[in-house]
Design a binder for this molecule. Structure first.
Ligand SMILES: [Zn+2]
Length: 84
């Protein structure tokens, strides 16, 4: 199950139970990043907005043109598809 990156607002969303899938638009290199790894490298830790992290992402080739998606192993707990 893959969602656009903006399905996550902060790292702590969905209990950090997801992976950040980063694909470079220049060289097509892709990698998976665990939110726990990102939290250790952010000033705000688990409260860091994902948008801030994505703005800093850079591929190993040096390009900043990356596509970011959120991968779930399973349907997230407490997931509300259409919050009212
Ligand atoms: Zn690249």
């Amino acid at each position: 199950m893959v969602l656009p990156w903006n399905a996550i607002e902060r790292l702590r969303d969905h209990f950090g139970d997801y992976v950040v899938l980063v694909t470079c638009r220049a060289c097509r290199h892709s990698r998976e990043i665990r939110p726990a790894f990102l939290a250790r490298h952010c000033r705000a830790g688990w409260d860091e907005p994902l948008a801030n992290i994505i703005a800093r992402l850079r591929c190993r080739c040096g390009k900043k043109l990356v596509d970011v998606q959120i991968g779930f192993n399973r349907k997230p707990r407490g997931w509300v598809k259409n919050p009212s």
